[in-house]
Design a protein around this ligand. Structure first.
Ligand code: FE
Ligand code: FE
Length: 199
């Protein structure tokens, strides 16, 4: 087999194994997510990931090669870390647990983005334009998923900041007025303003 085609096939075998593992991991991520938007993002990406496996099979067919997965140790490691993140989430506040899930998921998406960038360029170089187009579609979905995860993380981070500030202000307020009642929203807002003014 010509060396570039052999290289492409090897990369695709690695990706096929990686994507196959993800179809098993994403339902667990969805189950662990607290925020409905994050849950929904994982569920939606599971459906997309099943499509990624299907596209890879089509690419193998276009190349006239068998769709044989080759163990992808990198993805096995990333999924192992994802499992750890899910396990540790029980000891965290829901928002922090969700942010940790997003961090684990974005590592996975970035890994896939790197892989699909490589196989797309190899397919183009080999003149396999239809294969390159399919790989490009998947690459686009990995990139939008990464972007969506960033979008979901932003309000969560804002909320975590407010909670952290509220918690530190709360301690002072409790000592001052001798009550443990929860902080009022207006006081929370003031705390944010002060923090912004100081920045
Ligand atoms: Fe994928
Ligand atoms: Fe993905």
């Amino acid at each position: 087999m010509p060396q570039l085609k052999e290289l492409l096939v090897e990369q695709l075998q690695d990706l096929l194994h990686a994507e196959g593992q993800l179809t098993g991991a994403l339902p667990k991520m969805a189950q662990a997510a607290h925020h409905p938007k994050l849950k929904e993002a994982f569920e939606k990406h599971l459906v997309q990931t099943e499509g990624h496996v299907e596209r890879l099979r089509q690419v193998f067919e276009m190349l006239g090669e068998a769709a044989e997965p080759k163990p992808c140790k990198a993805m096995m490691g990333l999924i192992e870390e994802g499992k750890e993140t899910i396990g540790e989430g029980g000891d965290k506040e829901p928002i922090a647990a969700d942010l940790a899930l997003i961090a684990a998921a974005q590592r996975v998406e970035h890994y896939e983005i790197a892989c699909y960038g490589t196989v797309r360029v190899l397919a183009r170089q080999l003149g396999e334009i239809d294969a390159a187009r399919l790989l490009s579609q998947t690459l686009g979905e990995e990139e939008s998923t990464d972007f969506l995860l960033t979008m979901i993380s932003e309000p969560l981070m804002q909320q975590a900041s407010l909670d952290d500030m509220g918690a530190s202000t709360d301690l002072g307020a409790t000592a001052e007025i001798g009550t443990s009642s929860p902080q009022s929203p207006s006081r929370k807002k003031k705390a944010v303003k002060t923090a912004r003014g100081a920045a």
